[in-house]
Design a protein around this ligand. Sequence first.
Ligand code: GLA
Length: 714
Amino acid sequence: MIHADTNAKRFTLHTDHTSYAMAVDGQGRLLHLGYGPRADCFRLPDAPHNDPGCHPDLLPQEWPAPGMGDNHMPFFQPEFADGVIAADLRFAGAAVEPGKYGLPGLPAFRDCPGAETLRITLQDTMGLRVTLLYGVLPDCDLITRAAVIENTGTAPLTLRGVPSAVLDFARHDLDLITFDGAWAGERTLHRAAVRPGVQSVGSVGGIPTHAHNPFVVLCSPDAGENAGQCWGAALVYSGNYRIQAESAAAGIRLSMGIEPFRFAWTLAPGESFAAPEAAFVYSGQGFGAMSRRFHQAIRSHLIPPRWADMAAPRPVLLNSWEACYFNFDEDRLLELARAARQAHADLFVLDDGWFRGRNADNSSLGDWAADPVKLPGGVAGLCRKINDLGLAFGIWVEPEAVSPNSDLYRAHPDWALQIPGRPTLEIRNQYVLDFSRKEVRQGIWQQLCALLDSCPVRYLKWDMNRSLANVYSAALPAARQGEVYHRYVLGVYEMQQQLTRRYPDLLLENCAGGGARFDCGMLYYSPQIWTSDNTDALDRQSIQYGTSFCYPPCVMGAHYSTVPNHTTGRTASVEARMAAALSGTFGFELDLTAYTPQQIRQLHPFVQFYRDHGALLRGGELYRLLPPDGHGAAWAVAAPDGSEAVVFAAGRVLDGRCLTLPFAAAGRHYTARALYTGGGSEAAFAGEELQLLGLPLPQVRGDLPGYLCWLKAD
Ligand code: GLA
């Protein structure tokens, strides 16, 4: 619920359990009063805000602007035609609307019953208007922010930095949690106290990259999984970004938005610019509750409605990559598909290597037609044969990439991002197409449509295997080169939007060299993202643990793979590998043709487990029970009313200890059915027992043992 007192100029956003409050001071400045547990009364800050002589640096401002005495590192940087970079923004009006706002050309959390929007307009006398957008999704405790900047003057205006949101905390004692890593080690959690000055994460690689995720948490120093105050902040954006915490005199300021480096967006009079959305959840009960609210919001109101909640089961797929890499022909694929069918998979995904001349990673990207040697009947011919085996068909593409050795590049060398007169940089032997240009997108779009129209393709893996470099667009004049990075992202969004419109039943999975573009922006178009190229069951614990702080299990691409693992060389039990894969979208990625019928039969109960409990695994609430410590971890997915749950554990935690289950309902009786390769076991427990004493884990030794158990209340 939004409470707007337009006389007193006070505005409060209420979700079911949280409140966010603002007020306009005597000078017309929009001040932030607080964001925390649900409350009706927020005090104006102690600073003498009505005193014209007061130091503006001490004021908590909703939209700080440079040149007006706020000495934090300025994120918002409007440059007027006369060279002035400053803005004197005063309150000009506010309106509450039913429903959640949308943003043109940009992903954003969707409208839903009970959602509302608050628009607050700030005006500068020199011809600049800022409309702050606040969205409230009450049942998810989600508050979103975005901003639209308009040139209301008579001369051009250049935006050199636009935050999506700025949030002031009137305290210095907060920890900042970020999710960082590298290829095969994405989104590892790092936590440290915010120290004086600026700490930031971000990207200048054109995509978020493996290094940092566009999601952070600020929390009280005592905050943990089940207690303490925390504020999660996600950016709904897939390009260059910055999220920064600045600790200065009055407290800590969190700012987030498009990275200002190489950003310059010129607005002619009357034009406007929409900043991407930022989304926040506050929890007073620690990280677990915060994550569960983000998960609910993402699976119900961000991913395409076709795949929302439990609406549509996701197919059990087998992906050909770790089985074949580039080395296959049609017979080999059909042999693999037959084995996939024997393992009870639903869908066969043909990964990289299927198009003209693609036998290694050094050619053919951009030529999206079948290799006649590998696939004599084309993609359609293979698809028909796969379908005849009783499997649906899916395929891999990398639409934004072009190989120097490709017909596309030979025909359109200018389509690649490149700086005139300088050598163009190859990364993974490829260039990046200039997706800021319409004709480039159209060229790729036509090829994609030809592929998708040629046969019933049910799944598309959209990969992006490098960051952007040589960023310069042949289509824009020198003065507008600062728009290229953002226009590129808008181009990717436009094509993925077209895809979801034209092929509403197509299951789109995003990917970027594993998880280098795992963000809320991409989730608006694809209900799942490949989490990491590392499928090792132990490493997946920390990768999926970090990922789960913002993103729900049902969006994390997770596959059961072989041992020794191709990335780490490590061995893990079937149960541990299944626990990792079943905690995501579940599929196979291994050479099942090397398995005996008996070994394949051993996998059946796990596939059946996924089918039986898929709705719970997709739509249930995640509990991180024992965080990964490099040796093991335990977690569970439970129905909101505690009536059933799946408990997972793997590694050294399987030492006979008892695992307390906070979601177990007192007064109910549970049957616990554990699943092993050799069979299973069954035991009965009272809800109180599970809550207080815990579920006894077995004592298992060996290479990364694993444990899966379904709990059902009477
Ligand atoms: C990336 C993906 C992999 C695979 C390869 C193919 O690394 O993350 O899953 O598709 O590309 O080249």
